[in-house]
Write a protein that binds this ligand. Structure first.
Ligand SMILES: *Cc1c(COP(=O)(O)O)cnc(C)c1O
Length: 385
């Protein structure tokens, strides 16, 4: 079985667990995104929440992408990493006053507004500064993303966005406000979406909404389709770069673009997911009555996706070529959910072996916690080891 390539001798000298980023793959992925988006003049805002490691952010900023933020902390991290304020968009259902003020003070490109209550506060805070905030309304398009329930965001029962039935009322109120300017519509239906029909539905929905709004005399300069493109967690070695070509082509084929209108996307996982790996060490192999456990020095404090979303990460014993054996791979945290995988095939594991968790660049390091008073994992980059 094909495994990833790692600088194993150097890794053996490092304290585990840690994150390891392949900067060549990140750059290649960015090159593909830029080329494919460039075909249609699409604007790309990297979703910072997927991975806010400062070096990762600065590489992405240096490639000319914008940033999609969901907190004031992310807005600040993006500015610090070199993203121009004019390319920062700011979404989130619960923006605090200081977060809105931070966006206003820096003249970010757009607030993606998720409720009329929020809109009123942005209008008030902008008025106090004598500014006009550019806003897009995040619409809940009622499109099923066909993904894990915890990462579906575009259904009526989700907390995100403004429901279609309430959109016209919100726009009427907005147009009467002095300190907000409606510049577009925003959508984001979920994450790890691999079924392109969800994006087809989204494009069709965007057309319908725009036609409805046109009858009210409302024309929008920007449409933002959010993020959500999935990656192949099962074949990180064969398919390291997601098919951005297909994704953008699906939208391009169906979307009716108005003259002068700009189309935006907010990919997170699809940009950084495959370039990151979480590296941990086998502490003990415990032979149970019915199964063997590989007990690692990493737990859900370093990589929470399996515990939180039942996610699969490919695991590889990168220091052994011995016969495969079957293990339940678990961490040291005192919670029974601290299990990375059951009945996992690994090359025979011994104390000290390094286990790589592939495809861990998105929602990995950024979700690490100090639960159990653990230390946060360090990060290393392929060009620095
Ligand atoms: C999470 C999120 C994204 C990125 O989603 P991915 O699945 O990582 O591409 C984009 N936009 C918004 C508003 C989000 O909340």
């Amino acid at each position: 079985m094909l495994k990833g390539t790692f600088p194993i001798d150097k890794m053996k000298a490092l304290e585990t667990p840690f994150y390891y980023y392949d900067v060549n793959l990140l750059q290649k992925t960015l090159d593909v995104v830029k080329a494919e988006a460039g075909k249609y003049d699409y604007h790309i805002h990297y979703a910072v929440k997927a991975n806010a490691n400062p070096r990762v952010l600065s590489i992405i900023a240096a490639n000319g992408l914008g940033a999609d933020c969901v907190s004031g902390g992310e807005v600040q991290a993006s500015l610090d990493a070199g993203f121009p304020a004019g390319k920062i968009v700011f979404a989130g259902v619960g923006k605090a006053d200081w977060e809105i003020n931070l966006g206003l003070d820096n003249d970010i490109f757009c607030f993606n507004v998720e409720s009329v209550a929020e809109l009123r506060i942005i209008n008030e805070l902008a008025a106090l500064k004598g500014k006009v905030a550019q806003v897009a309304l995040r619409v809940n398009p009622e499109v099923d993303a066909h993904t894990h329930a915890k990462i579906t965001t575009g259904l009526k029962e989700n907390k995100f966005g403004i429901n279609l039935s309430q959109l016209n009322g919100v726009i009427t109120e907005l147009l009467a406000m002095q300190h907000v300017k409606l510049i577009g519509l925003h959508f984001h239906i979920g994450s790890q979406i691999t079924d392109m029909s969800s994006f087809q539905d989204l494009a069709i929905c965007a057309n319908e909404i725009q036609e409805d709004l046109a009858t009210l005399g409302v024309h929008l300069d920007n449409i933002n389709f959010g993020g959500g493109l999935g990656i192949d967690y099962y074949h990180p070695n064969h398919l390291p770069i997601p098919s951005f070509d297909n994704y953008f082509a699906v939208i391009h084929k169906l979307l009716k673009v108005r003259p002068g209108q700009q189309i935006h996307f907010e990919p997170g996982r699809s940009i950084v997911g495959q370039c990151g790996n979480m590296i941990s060490k086998v502490l003990y192999v415990k032979e149970g009555e019915t199964k063997n456990f590989a007990i690692l020095d990493a737990g859900f404090t370093e990589l929470i996706r399996p515990a939180m979303y039942d996610s699969y990460h490919r695991m590889e014993n990168i220091t052994s070529e011995e016969e495969f054996e079957v293990y339940d791979v678990v961490g040291p945290i005192c919670e029974s959910s601290d299990v990375f995988g059951k009945d996992v095939e690994l090359n025979k594991a011994r104390r000290g072996d390094l286990i790589a968790f592939r495809s861990a660049g998105a929602y990995g390091e950024v979700m690490a916690s100090q639960y159990n008073c653990r230390r946060l994992p360090k990060a290393y980059f392929s060009d620095q080891l």
